[in-house]
Unconditional design. Sequence first.
Length: 307
Amino acid sequence: MSNKLNTTAASEQFNQANMIKKILVPVDFSSYSLNAACYAVHVAQQKGAEITLIHVYFNPVTNPISYDHFYSFPANVAETLSEIVENARKLMKEFKDKLNSYLADHEIVEFQIKTELIGGIAEEAILDFAEAGQYDLMVIGIRGKGESENWFGSFMTEIINKASIPVLAIPGQASYKQSMFKQLMYATNFDKSDGIAIRRLIEIAIPLETHISVVHIDDTADNPFINYDLAHFKEKYVGNADQVKMDFDLIINKNRARGIESYIIDKAIDIIAVTSHKRNIITSLFKPSLTKELLFRLEIPMLIFHS
Protein backbone atom coordinates (compact mmCIF):
# COMPACT_ATOMS: atom_id res chain seq x y z
CA MET A 1 0.00 0.00 0.00
CA SER A 2 2.82 2.38 0.91
CA ASN A 3 4.57 1.75 -2.41
CA LYS A 4 1.33 2.39 -4.28
CA LEU A 5 0.81 5.69 -2.46
CA ASN A 6 4.38 6.74 -3.15
CA THR A 7 3.99 5.89 -6.83
CA THR A 8 0.75 7.88 -7.03
CA ALA A 9 2.31 10.87 -5.30
CA ALA A 10 5.33 10.76 -7.61
CA SER A 11 3.03 10.56 -10.63
CA GLU A 12 1.03 13.59 -9.46
CA GLN A 13 4.24 15.57 -8.88
CA PHE A 14 5.45 14.60 -12.36
CA ASN A 15 2.20 15.68 -13.98
CA GLN A 16 2.19 19.00 -12.11
CA ALA A 17 5.78 19.67 -13.13
CA ASN A 18 4.95 19.06 -16.78
CA MET A 19 1.78 21.15 -16.99
CA ILE A 20 1.53 24.06 -19.42
CA LYS A 21 0.75 26.92 -17.07
CA LYS A 22 1.95 30.03 -18.91
CA ILE A 23 1.68 30.84 -22.62
CA LEU A 24 3.37 33.84 -24.24
CA VAL A 25 2.05 35.33 -27.50
CA PRO A 26 4.24 37.94 -29.26
CA VAL A 27 2.02 40.24 -31.35
CA ASP A 28 2.63 42.91 -33.97
CA PHE A 29 -1.09 43.73 -34.40
CA SER A 30 -1.30 42.05 -37.83
CA SER A 31 -4.09 39.69 -38.94
CA TYR A 32 -1.87 36.59 -38.67
CA SER A 33 -0.81 37.77 -35.22
CA LEU A 34 -4.47 38.04 -34.19
CA ASN A 35 -5.13 34.55 -35.55
CA ALA A 36 -2.26 33.19 -33.45
CA ALA A 37 -3.67 34.93 -30.37
CA CYS A 38 -7.10 33.40 -30.97
CA TYR A 39 -5.42 30.04 -31.38
CA ALA A 40 -3.45 30.55 -28.15
CA VAL A 41 -6.65 31.34 -26.24
CA HIS A 42 -8.05 27.91 -27.12
CA VAL A 43 -4.79 26.23 -26.10
CA ALA A 44 -4.79 28.12 -22.79
CA GLN A 45 -8.42 27.24 -22.15
CA GLN A 46 -7.83 23.56 -22.94
CA LYS A 47 -4.78 23.37 -20.70
CA GLY A 48 -5.96 25.68 -17.92
CA ALA A 49 -3.08 28.05 -18.61
CA GLU A 50 -2.73 31.82 -18.42
CA ILE A 51 -1.95 33.83 -21.53
CA THR A 52 0.11 36.98 -22.00
CA LEU A 53 0.22 39.11 -25.14
CA ILE A 54 3.52 40.93 -25.60
CA HIS A 55 4.44 43.68 -28.04
CA VAL A 56 7.90 45.18 -28.35
CA TYR A 57 7.89 48.75 -29.64
CA PHE A 58 10.75 50.69 -31.16
CA ASN A 59 12.73 52.48 -28.49
CA PRO A 60 14.91 55.34 -29.79
CA VAL A 61 17.17 54.94 -26.77
CA THR A 62 17.90 51.24 -27.26
CA ASN A 63 17.51 51.41 -31.06
CA PRO A 64 19.48 54.46 -32.19
CA ILE A 65 19.56 55.41 -35.86
CA SER A 66 22.90 54.41 -37.38
CA TYR A 67 24.84 56.57 -39.82
CA ASP A 68 27.94 54.65 -40.85
CA HIS A 69 29.96 54.34 -37.63
CA PHE A 70 28.01 56.95 -35.66
CA TYR A 71 24.67 56.84 -33.89
CA SER A 72 22.07 59.58 -33.80
CA PHE A 73 19.19 60.01 -31.35
CA PRO A 74 16.07 62.09 -32.02
CA ALA A 75 16.35 65.65 -30.73
CA ASN A 76 13.56 65.16 -28.24
CA VAL A 77 13.84 61.55 -27.13
CA ALA A 78 11.30 61.83 -24.32
CA GLU A 79 8.62 63.28 -26.59
CA THR A 80 9.28 60.75 -29.34
CA LEU A 81 9.23 57.82 -26.90
CA SER A 82 6.01 59.06 -25.33
CA GLU A 83 4.31 59.11 -28.75
CA ILE A 84 5.61 55.62 -29.56
CA VAL A 85 4.37 54.18 -26.26
CA GLU A 86 0.98 55.87 -26.56
CA ASN A 87 0.53 54.51 -30.08
CA ALA A 88 1.52 51.01 -28.89
CA ARG A 89 -1.04 51.22 -26.07
CA LYS A 90 -3.73 52.28 -28.52
CA LEU A 91 -2.93 49.44 -30.92
CA MET A 92 -2.79 46.90 -28.09
CA LYS A 93 -6.21 48.01 -26.84
CA GLU A 94 -7.68 47.65 -30.34
CA PHE A 95 -6.00 44.26 -30.69
CA LYS A 96 -7.34 43.04 -27.34
CA ASP A 97 -10.84 44.34 -28.19
CA LYS A 98 -10.79 42.20 -31.35
CA LEU A 99 -9.63 39.22 -29.32
CA ASN A 100 -12.36 39.80 -26.72
CA SER A 101 -14.91 39.89 -29.53
CA TYR A 102 -13.59 36.53 -30.68
CA LEU A 103 -13.98 35.19 -27.12
CA ALA A 104 -17.56 36.43 -26.99
CA ASP A 105 -18.40 34.93 -30.38
CA HIS A 106 -17.04 31.57 -29.24
CA GLU A 107 -18.69 31.82 -25.81
CA ILE A 108 -15.37 31.70 -23.98
CA VAL A 109 -16.05 33.34 -20.62
CA GLU A 110 -14.13 34.13 -17.43
CA PHE A 111 -10.84 34.27 -19.27
CA GLN A 112 -8.31 36.97 -18.45
CA ILE A 113 -5.62 38.01 -20.90
CA LYS A 114 -2.57 39.90 -19.72
CA THR A 115 -0.74 42.39 -21.92
CA GLU A 116 2.83 43.67 -21.87
CA LEU A 117 4.44 46.52 -23.79
CA ILE A 118 8.23 46.61 -23.83
CA GLY A 119 10.66 48.88 -25.62
CA GLY A 120 13.72 47.44 -27.30
CA ILE A 121 14.82 44.96 -29.93
CA ALA A 122 11.90 42.57 -30.47
CA GLU A 123 13.74 39.24 -30.53
CA GLU A 124 15.95 40.00 -27.52
CA ALA A 125 13.16 41.52 -25.42
CA ILE A 126 10.75 38.64 -26.04
CA LEU A 127 13.33 35.94 -25.32
CA ASP A 128 14.41 37.68 -22.11
CA PHE A 129 10.78 38.16 -21.03
CA ALA A 130 9.93 34.51 -21.72
CA GLU A 131 12.88 33.30 -19.68
CA ALA A 132 12.35 35.69 -16.78
CA GLY A 133 8.62 34.88 -16.65
CA GLN A 134 9.23 31.13 -16.85
CA TYR A 135 6.78 30.62 -19.70
CA ASP A 136 6.08 27.08 -20.91
CA LEU A 137 5.02 27.70 -24.52
CA MET A 138 5.26 30.49 -27.09
CA VAL A 139 2.62 30.86 -29.81
CA ILE A 140 3.50 32.97 -32.88
CA GLY A 141 1.68 33.70 -36.13
CA ILE A 142 3.41 33.04 -39.46
CA ARG A 143 3.02 35.36 -42.45
CA GLY A 144 0.99 34.08 -45.37
CA LYS A 145 2.41 32.79 -48.65
CA GLY A 146 4.23 35.44 -50.62
CA GLU A 147 4.45 37.93 -47.74
CA SER A 148 8.06 37.08 -46.94
CA GLU A 149 10.90 35.63 -48.98
CA ASN A 150 12.35 34.21 -45.79
CA TRP A 151 10.66 30.96 -44.72
CA PHE A 152 9.63 32.33 -41.30
CA GLY A 153 11.05 35.84 -41.49
CA SER A 154 14.09 37.08 -39.55
CA PHE A 155 12.10 37.57 -36.34
CA MET A 156 10.77 34.01 -36.28
CA THR A 157 14.13 32.56 -37.24
CA GLU A 158 15.81 34.31 -34.33
CA ILE A 159 13.10 33.21 -31.90
CA ILE A 160 13.21 29.61 -33.12
CA ASN A 161 16.99 29.39 -32.91
CA LYS A 162 17.28 30.86 -29.43
CA ALA A 163 14.04 30.12 -27.54
CA SER A 164 14.53 27.67 -24.68
CA ILE A 165 10.83 26.76 -24.69
CA PRO A 166 8.74 25.11 -27.44
CA VAL A 167 7.41 27.49 -30.10
CA LEU A 168 4.06 26.81 -31.77
CA ALA A 169 4.04 28.49 -35.21
CA ILE A 170 0.53 29.15 -36.54
CA PRO A 171 -0.09 29.70 -40.30
CA GLY A 172 -2.18 32.77 -41.05
CA GLN A 173 -5.45 30.92 -41.77
CA ALA A 174 -5.10 27.94 -39.43
CA SER A 175 -8.07 27.52 -37.10
CA TYR A 176 -8.19 25.72 -33.79
CA LYS A 177 -9.94 22.35 -33.65
CA GLN A 178 -11.40 20.70 -30.57
CA SER A 179 -9.21 17.69 -31.35
CA MET A 180 -6.09 19.83 -31.30
CA PHE A 181 -2.94 18.30 -29.80
CA LYS A 182 -4.38 14.82 -30.22
CA GLN A 183 -2.26 13.82 -33.23
CA LEU A 184 1.33 14.99 -33.70
CA MET A 185 3.74 13.87 -36.42
CA TYR A 186 7.51 13.72 -36.20
CA ALA A 187 9.57 12.52 -39.19
CA THR A 188 12.79 10.60 -38.61
CA ASN A 189 15.87 9.59 -40.57
CA PHE A 190 16.84 7.04 -37.91
CA ASP A 191 19.88 9.03 -36.80
CA LYS A 192 21.09 9.53 -33.24
CA SER A 193 19.85 13.12 -33.00
CA ASP A 194 16.33 11.96 -33.84
CA GLY A 195 16.41 9.63 -30.85
CA ILE A 196 17.34 12.52 -28.57
CA ALA A 197 14.65 14.68 -30.17
CA ILE A 198 11.97 12.02 -29.66
CA ARG A 199 12.82 11.74 -25.96
CA ARG A 200 12.46 15.52 -25.68
CA LEU A 201 9.24 15.42 -27.69
CA ILE A 202 7.80 12.84 -25.31
CA GLU A 203 8.42 15.26 -22.42
CA ILE A 204 6.58 18.01 -24.34
CA ALA A 205 3.73 15.70 -25.38
CA ILE A 206 2.87 14.45 -21.88
CA PRO A 207 1.21 17.69 -20.66
CA LEU A 208 -0.37 18.16 -24.09
CA GLU A 209 -1.90 14.66 -23.89
CA THR A 210 -0.77 14.08 -27.44
CA HIS A 211 -0.47 10.95 -29.57
CA ILE A 212 2.87 10.95 -31.42
CA SER A 213 3.29 9.44 -34.87
CA VAL A 214 6.95 8.91 -35.70
CA VAL A 215 7.28 8.41 -39.44
CA HIS A 216 9.97 7.73 -41.99
CA ILE A 217 9.51 8.69 -45.64
CA ASP A 218 11.06 6.54 -48.37
CA ASP A 219 10.63 6.88 -52.14
CA THR A 220 11.04 3.17 -52.88
CA ALA A 221 9.75 -0.14 -51.56
CA ASP A 222 12.88 -1.93 -52.81
CA ASN A 223 14.94 -1.35 -49.66
CA PRO A 224 14.95 -4.73 -47.84
CA PHE A 225 16.25 -3.17 -44.62
CA ILE A 226 13.73 -0.35 -44.29
CA ASN A 227 11.21 -2.26 -42.16
CA TYR A 228 14.02 -3.61 -40.00
CA ASP A 229 15.36 -0.10 -39.50
CA LEU A 230 11.95 1.13 -38.40
CA ALA A 231 11.42 -1.81 -36.04
CA HIS A 232 14.91 -1.35 -34.57
CA PHE A 233 14.33 2.38 -34.12
CA LYS A 234 10.99 1.70 -32.44
CA GLU A 235 12.51 -0.90 -30.12
CA LYS A 236 15.29 1.49 -29.15
CA TYR A 237 13.09 4.47 -28.27
CA VAL A 238 9.61 3.17 -27.48
CA GLY A 239 10.80 2.14 -24.02
CA ASN A 240 10.77 5.81 -23.07
CA ALA A 241 7.16 6.25 -24.15
CA ASP A 242 5.25 4.54 -21.36
CA GLN A 243 3.39 7.78 -20.54
CA VAL A 244 2.48 8.79 -24.08
CA LYS A 245 0.87 6.99 -27.02
CA MET A 246 3.13 6.46 -30.01
CA ASP A 247 3.02 4.92 -33.48
CA PHE A 248 5.94 4.20 -35.81
CA ASP A 249 4.94 4.29 -39.47
CA LEU A 250 6.65 3.95 -42.82
CA ILE A 251 5.54 6.17 -45.72
CA ILE A 252 6.49 4.95 -49.20
CA ASN A 253 5.81 7.37 -52.01
CA LYS A 254 7.89 8.38 -55.03
CA ASN A 255 6.69 11.92 -54.42
CA ARG A 256 7.81 12.47 -50.84
CA ALA A 257 5.94 15.72 -50.42
CA ARG A 258 2.72 14.07 -51.59
CA GLY A 259 3.39 11.14 -49.27
CA ILE A 260 3.67 13.39 -46.25
CA GLU A 261 0.58 15.35 -47.27
CA SER A 262 -1.48 12.18 -47.69
CA TYR A 263 -0.31 10.86 -44.32
CA ILE A 264 -1.22 14.13 -42.58
CA ILE A 265 -4.71 14.05 -44.07
CA ASP A 266 -5.33 10.32 -43.52
CA LYS A 267 -4.14 10.38 -39.90
CA ALA A 268 -5.80 13.73 -39.11
CA ILE A 269 -2.48 15.11 -37.92
CA ASP A 270 -2.96 18.31 -35.88
CA ILE A 271 0.65 19.41 -35.57
CA ILE A 272 3.97 18.77 -37.28
CA ALA A 273 6.87 18.69 -34.83
CA VAL A 274 10.42 19.62 -35.85
CA THR A 275 13.64 20.37 -34.04
CA SER A 276 15.43 23.67 -34.46
CA HIS A 277 18.99 22.45 -33.97
CA LYS A 278 19.47 20.86 -37.38
CA ARG A 279 17.97 20.44 -40.84
CA ASN A 280 15.49 17.75 -39.94
CA ILE A 281 13.88 15.44 -42.45
CA ILE A 282 10.83 17.67 -43.06
CA THR A 283 12.83 20.75 -44.03
CA SER A 284 15.48 18.77 -45.88
CA LEU A 285 12.92 17.01 -48.09
CA PHE A 286 11.69 20.19 -49.67
CA LYS A 287 12.90 23.59 -50.65
CA PRO A 288 11.78 26.05 -47.93
CA SER A 289 9.14 27.55 -50.23
CA LEU A 290 7.54 24.13 -50.77
CA THR A 291 7.61 23.34 -47.06
CA LYS A 292 5.88 26.63 -46.32
CA GLU A 293 3.36 25.97 -49.11
CA LEU A 294 2.57 22.57 -47.59
CA LEU A 295 1.99 24.08 -44.15
CA PHE A 296 -0.24 26.83 -45.49
CA ARG A 297 -2.20 24.62 -47.88
CA LEU A 298 -3.01 22.19 -45.07
CA GLU A 299 -3.25 25.05 -42.54
CA ILE A 300 -1.38 22.98 -39.99
CA PRO A 301 0.64 24.39 -37.09
CA MET A 302 4.27 23.50 -36.51
CA LEU A 303 5.79 22.83 -33.08
CA ILE A 304 9.48 23.76 -33.02
CA PHE A 305 11.58 22.66 -30.09
CA HIS A 306 15.20 22.15 -29.03
CA SER A 307 16.17 18.55 -28.44
